[in-house]
Design a protein around this ligand. Structure first.
Ligand code: AMP
Length: 583
């Protein structure tokens, strides 16, 4: 299949934000894609180079890509940099400059296939070591030289892993239904409106097929596999099953406001478990082979020989997929350690044996997704827990089942919650006993309960000017607490993200308030008289060297302006420190 055909669809997807239209464009593409190109097309539609579970890392540094644009377009370095700066998108820069070489920005080269493009992207990932950058530049330049301007634009974005055409998972799922089940699902296409509708009398059938495709995707975690099966029919689709060794997306949890709210969401009675403060790990055991994945589906098997040994010894199943939380253990006291203390174990890839000794960890198993060749994701949680009890034999300080109670009593949960916190846990989880496991979704089959910290009143002591359309507005605000007569920084809130949303305060308003308080400017930073007080919510206080207070607020959010409050009444460093210690 021609790469140009895919590029045309990228352009269509970028031209609309309407989900139905996007679904239609993708469905039409899938219909014309030959079976053996389906996996490639679906990967590239998602801006991916490898499927889940493939450990090779895609992506090329922006500087390397810029070099190839210089070479392929014959433009000077300055020109490429200017175009990059002006558009903020190296893909558009490539389109413009390569378009100039071609004297036209339209049309397709007809020289590149989807297979060629994907193979090139995959080949780049395997180039390492001495001379790799030069080889990458050669290879990319060669492909860019055959590309039209539009083809170059998306090739560059694929190289940078920044496709940004907005093809969400649910859109791709629906497109697979539209493409391959238009008969059973009785869709009425209206290409004039570029959308498809389902005839009323077929709604039930349609949503059933959508569920079947979603279920197949939950199991395979690979749209290529799903589309190939869907092309064959419903039977093929239903024969897709979980593959041990291929990472699945993890189920996510909603936040409950308290114990009563937790019961109202997960039913009564329900299971409650400690919410361990560590990192999530999916454990795939296939015979003697054990593979470990993080919640971001990164393979971390080599980092944890201790966990591999514990699983091999204490999980009595031919094969299994377990969901677990890994925490640190203090060797001397046997007490649990906070996540920050063990985070190095996830990243470190050398001197592992030494780290295993100095930073020991323990696995807390809380779910099971497959056992001895059978998927368990559709079994109720109570049965999954029973299965864990059967196959996992606890090993002191190394492996255990998540501590759990099953109850309908708020009082019992209250006591369990207190116990959890006193042992250093983050809180508790409440789980619906009858619910299945839904990979990748936050459906509310489980909820978390954890203490929220009271907001702090902080002073804005510095800010930075925005960029682009916002150059005349202050857009990022440094927050400080009091320390005697001086102020110490504890965090920063910005705009553009969710941090101002819901506060009713706009950055225009803040700029107007703060401008008269500027005492000094340096670059795009401004330093302010400490006058404006704001109320800030956050997740927790961390130790940090980034700010001169020695602490940093995690995920700070502006709640409101405290015009009623003078800076001298803002929170003190002692209060921040107290919160850190009391967490
Ligand atoms: P949060 O990260 O605040 O959304 O909380 C959910 C996370 O808590 C999960 O992704 C797990 O990493 C972690 N966790 C700790 N203990 C448990 C447990 N018993 N059951 C489920 N998740 C747990």
């Amino acid at each position: 299949m021609d790469y140009a055909g895919l590029v045309a669809v990228y352009e269509q997807l970028e031209s609309t934000s309407k989900r139905l239209e996007k679904t239609f464009f993708i469905a039409e593409l899938l219909k014309r894609t030959p079976a053996d190109d389906l996996s490639r097309v679906l990967l590239l539609l998602q801006g991916k180079v490898f499927s889940a579970g493939d450990e090779r890392k895609a992506g090329v540094a922006a500087k390397t890509v810029a070099k190839t644009i210089i070479r392929a377009s014959g433009s000077s370095q300055q020109k490429v940099e200017d175009a990059w700066k002006k558009t903020g998108d190296l893909g558009i820069a490539a389109e413009q400059l390569i378009g100039r070489r071609l004297q036209t920005t339209l049309g397709s080269s007809g020289r590149l296939s989807v297979a060629k493009v994907l193979n090139t992207l995959q080949k780049l990932a395997t180039m390492e070591g001495h001379g790799a950058v030069a080889k990458k530049v050669d290879l990319i330049s060669e492909v860019l030289a055959s590309a039209s301007a539009g083809e170059a634009k998306y090739l560059v974005r694929l190289l940078l892993e920044e496709l940004r055409v907005g093809a969400a998972d649910c859109t791709i799922r629906d497109a697979i239904v539209w493409a391959f089940f238009s008969k059973e699902a009785h869709l009425i296409y209206d290409s004039g409106k570029q959308a498809a509708v389902v005839a009323d009398e077929h709604r039930k059938e349609y949503s059933q097929i959508v569920d079947e495709v979603q279920h197949a995707y939950d199991l395979a975690n690979d749209f290529g596999v799903v589309a190939q099966a869907a092309k064959k029919g419903r039977e093929a689709l239903s024969s897709i099953s979980l593959a041990v060794g291929i990472p699945l997306k993890v189920m996510l949890f909603q936040k409950a406001k308290g114990i009563a709210d937790a019961f109202s969401r997960v039913g009564k009675p329900a299971a409650f478990e400690f919410k361990y403060d560590g990192f999530r790990l999916n454990i795939h055991k296939k015979g003697k082979e054990v593979t470990l994945f993080t919640r971001r589906l990164e393979n971390v098997t080599v980092q944890f020989p201790d966990i591999i040994a514990a699983i091999a010894e204490h999980v009595h199943a031919k094969d299994a997929i377990l969901d677990a939380e890994v925490i640190g253990i203090d060797q001397a006291t046997g007490k649990w350690k906070p996540f920050q203390d063990i985070s190095q174990r996830i990243k470190r890839k050398y001197d592992i044996a030494e780290l295993v000794q100095s930073v020991p960890v323990m696995v807390n198993v809380f779910d099971i997704l497959a056992l001895n060749g059978k998927s368990m994701i559709d079994s109720p949680f109570s049965e999954r827990r029973k299965a864990i009890e059967q196959v996992v034999s606890p090993a002191s300080g190394r492996l255990q089942l998540a501590e759990q109670i099953i109850t309908d009593s708020e009082e019992a949960v209250e006591n369990f919650y207190k116990k959890a916190l006193s042992l250093g846990n983050e809180g508790i989880m409440g789980k619906n006993l009858a619910a299945p496991y839904k990979p990748g979704s936050r459906v509310g089959f489980g909820v978390k309960i954890k203490p929220t910290l009271d907001p702090l009143d902080l002073v804005i002591t510095a800010a930075t000017w925005g960029e682009g359309r916002r150059v005349s507005w202050l857009s990022s605000f440094l927050l400080s607490c009091r320390d005697g007569n001086s102020y110490r920084e504890v965090g920063r809130v910005g705009t553009g993200i969710k941090e101002l949303e819901g506060s009713g305060v706009t950055f225009q308003e803040l700029t107007t308030l703060l401008k008269p308080l500027i005492v000094r400017e340096s670059g795009n930073a401004v330093f302010l008289k400490p006058r404006v007080v704001v109320e800030v919510a956050f997740e927790e206080v961390q130790k940090s060297t980034a700010y001169n207070s020695g602490f940093a607020l995690r995920f700070p959010r502006l709640l409101r302006l405290r015009e009623d409050k003078p800076a001298r009444e803002a929170a003190t460093l002692a209060e921040v420190k107290g919160m850190y210690e009391g967490q």
